[in-house]
Design a protein around this ligand. Sequence first.
Ligand SMILES: *[C@@H]1O[C@H](CO)[C@@H](O)[C@H](O)[C@H]1NC(C)=O
Ligand SMILES: *[C@@H]1O[C@H](CO)[C@@H](O)[C@H](O)[C@H]1NC(C)=O
Ligand SMILES: *[C@@H]1O[C@H](CO)[C@@H](O)[C@H](O)[C@H]1NC(C)=O
Ligand SMILES: *[C@@H]1O[C@H](CO)[C@@H](O)[C@H](O)[C@H]1NC(C)=O
Ligand SMILES: *[C@@H]1O[C@H](CO)[C@@H](O)[C@H](O)[C@H]1NC(C)=O
Length: 247
Amino acid sequence: MGEHPGHYRDTFSYPPVPSHVWRQGALALTLLCLLLLIGLGVFGAICMEKLNKLQNFKEELQRNMSLQLMQNTNSSQKIRNLSIKLEEIATKLCRELYTKNKEHKCKPCPEEWMWHDDKCYLLHAYQRQETWQKSDEICSGYNASLLTIKSKSVLEFMKSLKLNNYWLRLSPRKDNTKYGNLDTIFPLNWFTRNTSVINDQMYCGYVYYANFYYIKCTETKNIICEKLAQPVKTESILMSEILDGRK
Ligand SMILES: *[C@@H]1O[C@H](CO)[C@@H](O)[C@H](O)[C@H]1NC(C)=O
Ligand SMILES: *[C@@H]1O[C@H](CO)[C@@H](O)[C@H](O)[C@H]1NC(C)=O
Ligand SMILES: *[C@@H]1O[C@H](CO)[C@@H](O)[C@H](O)[C@H]1NC(C)=O
Ligand SMILES: *[C@@H]1O[C@H](CO)[C@@H](O)[C@H](O)[C@H]1NC(C)=O
Ligand SMILES: *[C@@H]1O[C@H](CO)[C@@H](O)[C@H](O)[C@H]1NC(C)=O
């Protein structure tokens, strides 16, 4: 039935139709065309041509629909990308505001907790010293854990806090022969196992200004807890800026 679609000058612009209606219509039309072809020759040929055009139109519609589906996927990806970008900008802005006001509404940490990188830190009850085990429990009570120092950035931050006698979440050791400058702490193992395995024969790590040492876990030291910061809320920045503007 290879007719010449380009030959026929009529243009079609049908709205999309449900495919079962389409199929029935096409079938009826095919039959009609075949009858015409048999009965009337040239009119039948024109009819077949028209049918061919309809077929092409349907295929184009299907192509367009799958293209549109792809574009929808693209759009939702774009929206996701945009909200990630927005989150980054909000975080950046909040860091600026935080340097000026340590309790700015946008801070993604609870009140009194310090914010650094993606974590929050709390100096617990200044100079109220506890055993390592008890300190660990106190931090757990805040959904937090004892201090770890795993990056240069955190290292510098902790140096700036001048921590004297604060427990670290280092893995316990059998002796206290290991000690050193905080700069050399990175290769050491951090505690991940169930902390209830600590016993009174073990030595736990602590930070003393720019150094770390080990001492019996049953001795007492100060407590600094850490936990992950929440994402910065964009609204918290917008709201506060509006309020600041009124002052
Ligand atoms: C398919 O998309 C093209 C470009 O967007 C448009 O010109 C054409 O009319 C569409 N075809 C149908 C059948 O909707
Ligand atoms: C999807 O987005 C990418 C990048 O923005 C673009 O290069 C691509 O052409 C888009 N695809 C569609 C189907 O719109
Ligand atoms: C969204 O971001 C991802 C990763 O950054 C990128 O691969 C993708 O092309 C982006 N999509 C759009 C639509 O911009
Ligand atoms: C700790 O987390 C649990 C579960 O995520 C929550 O129910 C609880 O309120 C949190 N406690 C504190 C002190 O944040
Ligand atoms: C740790 O171990 C103790 C005793 O073996 C157990 O009661 C506790 O549930 C454990 N905690 C976790 C978080 O696995």
